[in-house]
Write a protein that binds this ligand. Structure first.
Ligand SMILES: Nc1ncnc2c1ncn2[C@@H]1O[C@H](COP(=O)(O)OP(=O)(O)OP(=O)(O)O)[C@@H](O)[C@H]1O
Ligand SMILES: [Mg+2]
Length: 258
């Protein structure tokens, strides 16, 4: 992809929410739909150091954003590069670590060995998303749980914020607090709530009404999702099933991404 001209409508979609609510599942199902869609080139970003999305899509890149971080630190320590060269090489290195396959490219943040490195990693991730997203029609980010990456402005360039919740009040409250933080830290154009594992439309509506969040739709509990996850099968190969069709209906057919 290096050397391509930046594209115009570069939408950046972030999937955020409390831990365990289904962010990676929604991201993986949406990736599957986008990979079969002629809507253009998509960059999928696993921004969670727990690398859940890489597992769900069976994508295991040899190099991650964390590897680039370590390379930069070594270069600076060895004084083997000046700051202008460094800035140019960061963009180049980011393009190098994107794994391209068909119309779906993949980038993984990776997992730092020490706690103290997360701040640097998030800064680099923000730069990577900002530099790379202009080369794609759509960038999809599976975020780390909670508000931290939104708070640290990793999601600064996000245009579409997808808040995922399960049916618990705790998860709905986390979705609300992410919206509050995003109102200050992110210049988003659209935001919507997806209630995962809801029992039906009425259930989802009633839960959403406990928040000020606009309901995009709901996803049922789905055995096919459970089986694909249990067997570590790639969600890019998941057949039509209620959860996949729910994601198609509430994110694609609703026009949310337009
Ligand atoms: N609609 C669903 N039907 C069946 N199982 C589901 C559904 N949604 C999520 N799951 C299962 O619930 C578990 C948690 O989902 P997932 O990993 O997507 O959550 P997450 O928000 O990404 O979690 P984390 O915060 O740890 O990254 C997984 O085992 C997943 O397969
Ligand atoms: Mg996850």
């Amino acid at each position: 992809m290096a050397g391509e001209e930046p594209r115009g409508a570069n939408r950046v979609v972030a999937v955020c929410g409390k831990g365990g609510v289904g962010k990676t599942t929604v991201s993986a199902l949406l990736s599957c739909l986008l990979s079969n869609n002629s809507g253009g080139k998509v960059l999928v970003v696993d921004a969670d150091p727990a690398v859940g999305l890489g597992m769900a899509l069976s994508r295991f890149p040899e190099r991650t954003v964390n590897d680039v971080r370590k390379e930069i630190i070594s270069a600076v320590r060895e004084h083997s590069t000046d700051s202008v060269d460094l800035a140019a090489s960061v963009d180049y290195k980011m393009m190098e670590i994107v794994v391209d396959a068909g119309n779906l490219a993949f980038l993984s943040v990776g997992r730092p060995e020490e706690e103290g490195c997360y701040c640097q990693l998030n800064t680099l991730l923000r730069e990577a998303v900002e530099a790379l997203s202009s080369h794609f029609d759509l960038t999809l980010i599976d975020a780390e749980a909670g508000v931290e990456q939104v708070n640290r402005r990793v999601m600064r360039s996000v245009s579409h914020l997808l808040l995922v919740s399960d049916t618990t009040l705790k998860a709905l409250r986390v979705a609300e607090s992410i919206r509050k933080v995003a109102d200050d830290a992110v210049d988003y154009r659209k935001l919507g709530l997806i209630v995962n594992r809801a029992r039906g439309e009425d259930d989802a509506r009633q839960l959403a009404s406990r928040t000020g969040l606009p309901l995009l739709g709901w996803i049922p509990e789905d055995d096919t999702v459970r089986e694909f996850d249990a067997d570590a099968r790639s969600f890019l190969e998941i057949p039509s099933c209620p959860a996949l069709e729910a994601v198609r209906s509430c994110i694609l057919d609703s026009g949310f991404l337009s």
